[in-house]
Design a protein around this ligand. Sequence first.
Ligand code: HSE
Length: 331
Amino acid sequence: MEDNKIQELNTSPQLAPPSAGGESIHVFAPATVANVVCGFDVLGFAVNEPGDEVIMRMTNKPGITISKITGDDGRLPMDPAKNTVSVSVLHYLQSIGRTDVGLDIELHKKMPIGSGLGSSSASTVAGLFAIKTLLGDTADPAKLLPFAMKGEEMACGHGHADNVAPALFGGFVLIRSYEPLDVVRLPHPAGLWCAIVFPDVDVPTREARQIIRKNIQMKDAVTQWGNIAGLVSGLFMNDIDLIGRSMKDVLVEPVRSMLIPDFYKMREMALELGAVSFGISGSGPSVFAFTRDEETAKRITQKLQQHLTNLKIGSNTYVSTINDAGPKVIG
Ligand code: HSE
């Protein structure tokens, strides 16, 4: 098996014996930038910040409870039958025949919901990584991917993997195929920085998917697959110029950019300030730029934030390298 090809999604688990309760774990899972401009639904990468946190405790009573959610302004369901984290964890427990397990979940949202930064994916991946670790399941983390995709389906009506896969594996990820699922980790230049700006307007993924054109022209398809191939080649070749000139989207961005305040002005500003590329993060409204250094990334976030403030739009900004680690136990 090639090292960078994540296969054997159904590896048998080696599980710890049933717990008497009381054990707990605190897990962080990262935000992700899906699509990476030209790779709608097939490319994504993880960043170091922001990210979500889950604290999971074993209890003596079988079943899942959610005792606390913070950082969501009351928008997420506390009902474990309706929350994507608990539902994904339950699917995982059912798959390994462990519905005897009792769990309590605390979810701490550290990023805005509906931001285009893979908010629901970060929470779901944190929950799945927490239960897998608590149970001492040593199987390949890739086996969690289908459960995380179920969470996405619940959150936005479509089980795309370009947020959950990079949140779970870290780094840059290609979804080569959905049926059958074939996920490939890609290399990336070490010196690539990412500047993210989240303008405080709500763009639910479900709606941002509905406005996309259902049919495309052959000439646009040719442009798009040339760019995807160029981006992937640039990642392998450490060629940041090739990465930059390949990150163009003629299919989705022309439609979705209408949902983002002053998108084209922000792009012009970012490129003038030295960005390698600029585009929509996932389904938006967050936008991101790749840069060759931290200073340029910081300058871009400051200037774009100032521009949005002038338009009376609040924003959050993040500057990060690409996160190769994925989820991690923090307590
Ligand atoms: N590929 C998905 C979309 C990502 O663009 O709808 C959502 O974050």
